[in-house]
Design a protein around this ligand. Structure first.
Ligand SMILES: Cc1cc2nc3c(=O)[nH]c(=O)nc-3n(C[C@H](O)[C@H](O)[C@H](O)COP(=O)(O)O)c2cc1C
Length: 205
């Protein structure tokens, strides 16, 4: 548990509910740790292995908004202990996240590893990369060879993070993960079908 995460998440209303439910004593006093959280090797590896994440922003009318982001594994790049970056691909042309970030630079990221049943929440402030940095990052990432139009590069300054428990996460596997297990079975099936056809043929002779 990152104490810093609760400094943000545990608002007075949240603390009031904790008090009502008798759990307030479980958590650190508010305001204890104010240092921004640095990502460690565990977080960096986890982030680099993701091919999707969810990103929540806040509208100027106070509504939360969450959107799924997907791309090649590692498309949410770890630039350093405190900074993440990703290319904002052209999508449905609604620009809700982009618009929300004009009013408030605050975002909450939710990263899921369904296979290993792990999840990470990240609070970040978001800024647009400047033209030079944007160009440099686009060139650096061009080798990924992913078919999408990049409209902007977002830089995410990590303010806090928190790991969640695996409870209620149903394991899911990507096609690529399953392929390694399915292919030998398919191959064996083909061999058996060929053998079966040959045996049938011999019976008819
Ligand atoms: C052709 C196309 C259509 C899409 N349609 C939708 C859609 O109807 N609803 C949605 O939530 N995302 C849709 N997406 C994905 C989003 O466009 C994408 O995640 C984008 O970043 C949305 O950002 P925003 O929700 O912040 O506006 C679509 C993407 C593409 C390429």
């Amino acid at each position: 548990m990152s104490y810093n995460f609760l400094n943000i998440a545990a608002t007075p209303d949240v603390r009031a509910v904790q008090a009502e439910m008798g759990t307030a004593g479980m958590w650190p006093e508010p305001g204890k740790v104010v240092e921004p959280s640095a990502l460690g090797p565990h977080e960096k590896d986890f982030i680099s292995e993701r091919d999707s994440f969810y990103m929540a922003t806040v509208s100027e009318t106070g509504w939360p908004y969450v959107q799924h982001r997907g791309g090649p594994m590692g498309f949410l790049h770890v630039l350093d202990d405190q900074t993440l970056a990703f290319a904002d691909f052209r999508g449905n042309l609604q620009y809700i996240t982009a618009g929300n970030l004009r009013g408030s630079d605050r975002a909450c990221l939710f990263l899921m590893d369904y296979t290993r049943r792990r999840r990470l929440k990240i609070y970040a402030t978001v800024s647009l990369a400047g033209a030079d940095e944007s160009l440099a990052l686009k060139e650096k990432w061009a080798a990924e060879n992913y078919r999408a139009v990049t409209e902007r590069i977002y830089l995410l300054n990590v303010v806090a993070f928190d790991w969640n428990c695996p409870q209620h996460i149903v394991p899911r596997y990507t096609f690529e993960q399953l392929k390694a297990h399915i292919e030998p079975v398919m191959q064996r099936l083909e061999e058996l079908e060929a053998e079966n056809a040959a045996l049938r043929q011999r019976l008819q002779e």
